[in-house]
Write a new protein. Structure first.
Length: 240
């Protein structure tokens, strides 16, 4: 029997790339999202091993219902985020920071809690944080706080929930629709980020999907935060 994986936030970007990657390796993949139309397109792209469910990761009841319906699962990937929390620290409002926490940190916690009864005892739980957690760039203090909180949970959860394996991937700047809100400034912004990496480019969703697959497939990996940032952390002068 093939393994079953639930990817919460799997209708686009990194989540969808991970779903395609895992389905190609023979796993059954269930993806969730908040938009039915986008979810339908994602399931078509995943293929015959994919299915979808509309769910809001911020809603505890919705997530409990999701996992009760899906039934036993081997692995869960939590890939949900929002668009709040960025910008200069002096203008970061408490309301915006709370929204950022609700959209990512709280959503990750709610999802993980709901998933536990359905998860295989020695399966895996993988969070998708972000490299902003350890960034020295100006304007990311709010994002760093949210993603740093997720990363800081990993070692303790790996001990508390053992033998379930708990890990996280921490991506740098990845070419997804998360950046579409920048409009005409999108490409210039991405080019600027590319210049700050050691590999000379930004990342692709499939590259992060490979990292997630590694953590799922490596039964000896737990308590790990795997950074996939193109080496931007190695060039601090480019982040000032």
């Amino acid at each position: 029997m093939s393994e079953r994986v639930v990817i919460v936030g799997g209708a686009s970007g990194i989540g969808l790339a991970t779903a395609v990657r895992l389905a190609a390796s023979g796993r059954e993949v269930v993806v969730t999202g908040r938009t039915p139309e986008r979810l339908e397109r994602a399931v078509k792209e995943i293929g015959e091993r994919g299915s979808g469910a509309v769910a809001d990761a911020r809603d505890p009841e919705a997530m409990r219902a999701l996992f009760a319906e899906v039934g036993p699962v081997d692995h869960v990937v939590v890939n949900v985020s929002g668009r709040k929390g960025g910008g200069p620290f002096h203008s970061l409002s408490p309301d915006e920071l709370r929204a950022a926490l609700d959209d990512k940190l709280i959503a990750h916690v709610v999802t993980a809690q709901a998933a536990l009864p359905a998860l295989r005892r020695d399966g895996s739980l993988t969070f998708v944080a972000a490299a902003s957690a350890n960034s020295s760039m100006a304007g990311v203090a709010g994002l760093a706080a949210v993603n740093g909180a997720i990363e800081s949970m990993i070692p303790g959860l790996a001990v508390e929930l053992a033998p379930l394996r708990v890990n996280a991937v921490s991506p740098g700047v990845i070419d997804t629709e998360w950046w579409d809100g920048l409009g005409d400034g999108r490409q210039g912004t991405l080019d600027a980020f590319a210049a700050g990496t050691t590999v000379g480019r930004i990342g692709a969703p499939g590259e992060v999907a490979n990292a997630i697959a590694y953590l799922i497939e490596t039964g000896y990996a737990t308590g790990t935060v795997l950074t996939v940032d193109g080496g931007v952390r190695l060039k601090p002068s480019a982040q000032s």
